[in-house]
Write a protein that binds this ligand. Sequence first.
Ligand SMILES: [Zn+2]
Length: 449
Amino acid sequence: MTATILRGCHVLTMNPRRDEYPDGYVAVEGNRITEVGGGPVPDHLSAALVVDGGGCLVTPGLVNTHDHLYQWATRGRAVDSGLFDWLTELYPVWARIDELVVRAAATGALAWLARTGCTSTMDHHYVFPRAGGDVLGATIEAAAAVGLRFHPTRGSMDLGESSGGLPPDDVVEDIDAIMTATQAAIERFHDPSPDSMLRLGVAPCSPFSVTRDLLTESASLARGAGVRLHTHLAETSDEDDYCREHFGCTPAEYLDSLDWLGGDVWLAHAVHLDDAAVGRISATGTGVAHCPMSNARLGAGICRTRALLDAGALVGLGVDGAASNESRSLRGEITAAASFARATGGAAAMSVREAVELGTIGGARVLGREAEIGSLEPGKLADLALWRVDTLPHAGIADPVAALVLGPPPPLELLLVNGEVVVERDRLVTVDERQVAGAARRASESLAG
Ligand SMILES: [Zn+2]
């Protein structure tokens, strides 16, 4: 057993009482937090590693609730387009990915998530080219190499252009093949244990790229296997128009009619919601992955986070794929969540601490793991981020939490995932950042054309 103590730092616990200690400590034994408190480290605690957290803020590790890791290899394309035009330009590029490209892209994406304070991330992978090899396995290997807690979802598309969908026919799969591959992925990878570093989910892509049958069969498979369900919903007004035209209802009503709202479901974006949809999402315990920077990049709109939170909905944050968010970091999404809520709803629409809440315990709830991660409490898994807020960009900012949320991105002094060091003084210790960058660049170049 190794023991680590962080001392002398500002501790933002995100525990149920939202305790905060301006000069406190966090003790870690193995992969768990054992003690958290204010003042000097108690005499009974000793550790092999004592980290002087003076000038730092410690928060729970950030939780990413929506992403497409493979998109790290397709950044900087369709840079001025809205969602449907952006997708139409990118689908043919994505059709050329394979497991080598995905491994390099996912490693790059995960490495940057770690460098920017993220300890747990999902992935939504829905492009499976016939000659692409084991692309899902490649993302799982990448997460193990970087050392993040991982919630990959086996995504899917089965509604090609010739059947009225948006994606070209050569990037969609047959429903039977999807079900077989999804079942096999759950059996191969899903670890339901309480300390799990890897939980699989099931994630048909979106109402305009999958059939009704795929949604229904996916829900039944996931519920039979005890894994969670995810999809994109109500991202743009185009999608709203599509659903009204094809299904005669809103996107949320469509999902509701297919028994696709519930405590085992979380939805990416949920931007275009009417009051009835806000009410149903909240009443059913459905989670929302709010992705403000991607929504801004694609001009999709702004999620009604205040209305959702006031209605009691579970809201977390997501960076979304790097092709729609080149700057992506969870810290940036926290800032954007607060900024966008205030830009639309006034200064009281989201406090800086509430924004951090969405990026930590809020995300943990959305992934169904609030008992294990998302806050600094004795007994929880040791996933934490120690941010330096005493150097030039932040020195003198009176409130360290405001320094994190409103100031420039802070240096990351330490990132622990499951008690293991992943980042130290802004440097990855699990993978070689220069090699990761080189492989990601080559992967991106291999898709050029
Ligand atoms: Zn997405």
